[in-house]
Design a protein around this ligand. Structure first.
Ligand code: KG4
Ligand code: ZN
Length: 344
């Protein structure tokens, strides 16, 4: 069986993994930069690039040493070549290209979004076409995944990505970075009906997203409360729970619109991917939506929803199986929409 090594460095995780054709993960390693960026409440590109440079050597060493195979046994080297923070992308992609060159193995250029879109198939053989909700820190889209490389965007955000909205609201509440897990945790002890936050675009016929109005409403609510006294833990819990509920209901409504637009051509499966797919409240809500629409609900394990090396190695495997690989001068891109990809 073939094996692929994958490298991820497009945001704030330096990660590598070696994956076998049957989906088995031989080894994986990951270094998060949370502490480097925490003080800024978001990822600082320059700091990220330097941190990837420092961490990659160790991450690769840990991955290869733990795999029980040698680099000579690897059939291809894959790396994220975009979209993402360009300094970081360059670090991982250049390391992968150098390895491919020295080992005389094929190099596979991976679109980070495609890796999020396909990783579910590493553990669950979801057939094409499927409907994909891709919700991460930088992206928020509803996509019809027709095949590898063949993507039709049905809805996208007009302002913030969903993960970005979680991160910004968490920052306003004084919760840590990344904000998604912090809000999910705080929401557990809050009342999701405590505050009536808006659900942007609710009921409108397109499937686009908007979260800036919701974010502004959270800011106004916090400003009003803090005029009297600092936020109490109970306030934070209620804001977190009410925000999370409004955001999730908005996502559910957008998905309903996308399903409606597909008419009789609704695929059998809904897949949720990207960092926010780790959110249990979102998973529960969308799983119930699928039941009502007689669809199967599929999502990767939470650790494979946020950025990781397995998703890059797996996307590499999907491409290698089709005989696709790339030249060593493959482009590195800050922007790389899924719609612009070549169908396999
Ligand atoms: O996919 P990802 O790791 O990186 C990007 O490619 O953007 O996604 C990170 C985003 C962050 O905005 C983070 O706050 C959010 O995913 N996130 C969550 C949860 N875990 C991560 N949002 C809500 N609930 C979570 N449990
Ligand atoms: Zn990502």
């Amino acid at each position: 069986m073939r094996i692929v090594l994958g490298i991820e460095s497009s945001c704030d995780e330096t990660a590598a993994a070696i994956v076998r054709e049957d989906g088995h993960v031989l080894a994986h390693a990951l270094a998060s930069q949370f502490d480097d960026h925490a003080a800024y409440g978001g990822v600082v590109p320059e700091i990220a690039a330097r941190a990837h440079l420092q961490a990659l050597h160790h991450v690769l060493g840990e991955c290869v040493n733990g795999a029980g195979v040698t680099l000579q046994d690897v059939d291809a080297i894959a790396a994220t070549t975009g979209p993402g923070l360009i300094g970081g992308v360059m670090v991982g992609a250049m390391a992968a290209k150098a390895m491919a060159l020295s080992l005389n193995k094929p190099f596979i250029s991976i679109n980070h979004l495609e890796a999020h879109a396909l990783v579910v198939r590493q553990s669950d053989p979801v057939a094409f076409p499927y409907l994909l909700l891709l919700v991460s820190g930088g992206h928020c889209q509803i996509i019809l995944v027709a095949n590898i490389g063949d993507y039709r965007v049905l809805g996208r955000t007009r302002d913030d990505a969903l993960g970005e909205a979680f991160d910004k609201c968490a920052k306003m509440m004084g919760l840590g970075y990344p904000g998604g897990p912090a809000i999910e945790q705080a929401a557990k002890s809050g009342d999701a009906h405590a505050i009536a936050f808006p659900r942007p675009f609710m009921g409108t016929v397109h499937a686009d997203f908007s979260f800036s109005g919701l974010k502004t409403a959270v800011r106004h609510h916090i400003e009003t409360l803090t005029k009297q006294a600092p936020l109490r833990d109970a306030d934070i819990a209620n804001i977190a729970a009410s925000f999370q509920r409004a955001a999730i209901e908005s996502v559910e409504d957008r998905l309903k619109q996308a399903l409606h637009a597909l008419g009789g051509n609704v695929p059998q499966t809904l897949v949720v991917a990207g960092g926010v797919a780790a959110n249990q409240a979102l998973r529960t809500r969308l799983s119930a939506l699928c039941e009502r629409h007689a669809m199967r609900f599929a999502v990767a394990p939470p650790a494979l929803c946020t950025d990781n090396g397995v998703m890059i190695a797996w996307a590499g495997m999907e491409r290698l199986r089709l005989g696709i690989h790339d030249a060593l001068d493959a482009e590195i891109r800050a922007r790389w929409p899924l719609e612009g990809m070549q169908a396999a």
